[in-house]
Design a protein around this ligand. Structure first.
Ligand code: G3P
Length: 232
């Protein structure tokens, strides 16, 4: 499973990219607005930090303008993935951009019928919003299961399922169990995935017992933080 981080906050992206666990970034107009910064500048900066796909969303709703915006966004960096909403004009734009070799993430997907159309339009990714379905009493993960099942029936479908609107680690676990290709997670969710009280307790115990030995692994002769030297 690939992990994308769902944010336009460059500081968060730098911090989490350092873990080596970040495969890409997704943004949307709301996340960009939160930064208070110029959109195009933020996208370029993110593309320099993370080599993987960086989703940047068009804001027009008519095909001609969406296409022009998409081409401009794609021109910002080779790893820009243009995001379009799942509307007739959005899928028209998706088809035109993918035909030009641009990666497209079709977003705001809330049904299997929509996901079938996104695949038909040649989307690189489809983004079903599981959290927002849960918010209205539906079961977002049921949609992921349906899409994964449908896509698996057609080997010619290359569209990847990018689980979005993720509210916690459980969404990531369930998405992985279903075989989704990507989960895009808010920074807080990725950080939460590291945490378990028994890990903290166990590490504290190991270190307390180690301290009693009075030993250290590194001595003054060792280079601190150098890669291990293999004996010949
Ligand atoms: O990428 C889509 C995601 O940002 C939406 O999340 O929490 O606003 O439903 P949310």
């Amino acid at each position: 499973m690939q992990f994308f981080i769902d944010t336009a906050d460059v500081g968060e992206i730098r911090d989490l990219a350092a873990t080596g666990l970040v495969d890409g970034i997704t943004t949307n107009p709301s996340l960009v607005a939160k930064t208070g910064r110029p959109f195009l500048e933020v996208v370029q900066e993110i593309c320099e930090i993370v080599p993987g796909p960086v989703s940047a969303e068009v804001t027009a709703t008519d095909h001609p303008t969406m296409l022009a915006e998409g081409r401009k966004l794609a021109g910002l960096a080779p790893n820009v993935c243009v995001k379009v909403p799942l509307t007739p004009d959005g899928l028209k734009t998706c088809k035109a951009l993918t035909d030009e070799g641009t990666q497209v993430n079709v977003t705001l997907c809330f049904s299997a019928a929509q996901a079938i159309l996104a695949a038909k339009a040649g989307a690189t990714y489809v983004s079903p919003f599981v959290g927002r379905l849960d918010d209205i009493g539906a079961v977002g993960m049921d949609l992921i299961g349906d899409i994964v099942e449908i896509y698996a029936a057609y080997p010619e479908i290359r569209t990847q399922v990018l689980v979005a609107s993720v509210r916690g680690p459980q969404h990531v676990i369930e998405a992985a169990k279903l075989g989704a290709d990507v989960a895009t997670v808010p920074p807080a969710v990725l950080r939460a995935m590291f945490k378990h009280p028994l890990t903290d307790k166990g590490l504290d115990g190991f270190l307390a017992d180690w301290a009693k030995t009075g030993q250290t692994i590194l001595s003054d002769e060792d280079g601190h933080g150098e890669p291990a030297r293999r004996s010949a």
